[in-house]
Design a protein around this ligand. Sequence first.
Ligand code: GLC
Ligand code: CA
Length: 261
Amino acid sequence: MPKATSSKSEKMYLLATLQFLMLALSLTMASEECECEPKPNTCNIMPCGLPGSNGLPGRDGNQGPKGEKGDRGERGTLGPPGKVGPMGIKGDQGPLGPKGPKGDKGDSQELIQLKAQMSALQEEMRMLKDLINKYKKVLILSDIKIVDQTFYMVVASEETFEEGKKLCSQRNAQLAAPRNAKENKALQELAEKFNKYIYLGISDEVTEGTFRYQNGQIVSYTNWGHGEPNNAGNEDCVELQTSGIWNDRSCTEKYPVVCEL
Ligand code: GLC
Ligand code: CA
């Protein structure tokens, strides 16, 4: 088509013209000013391009220097109470208190005297107890035995039953007759000490087979050996052997005499 061909040639012409003008312009600028290559003594004839678009953002910079100290913060909440402090010094004496109620009536003269008598008696009793304990110690060292309130004393070394009864009677005492195991044991200890049997203040002289104390009462405590009393050959008296057992025996043996008081 002739119109299109014409237009194309026109465009080619215009482009060539524009290129020429741009070349001329750039030569002119290069001769007047050399800004592209800042070398001192040379000045290449180079056309400057159009400014490029902005590049990508650069990397983050290094950490900066430490900043200045900040302002003081606000006051915090109240903390828990601290430990108890040391004791304070003693305070001054307080003022005199109010008068108290009226007291009870004092002891009468009679009561005061009674109290004094009682404390004197208590003191006397204490002294007597001390004395008794002293006597007891002396008696224990002698041939005397004490069981509760009964005293057993050896008054002769070899006497018959009848002689023994007499010797005790002369001392306002009687031949020993144990009323219980404790007393029997005390007498056994004396028998053991002398290594001899002893007569007890017991016999069946009045009624054969019925043993009585010297006051006539029938015995309430006995410690007969096996098969005793057997009245072997007419035995009316009682011997306490070193083992503590009893045997009915003739009244004519000669044994240590033990009286009880
Ligand atoms: C024996 C008997 C006893 C008796 C005595 C007399 O020991 O066992 O019963 O009294 O002899 O000697
Ligand atoms: Ca016998």
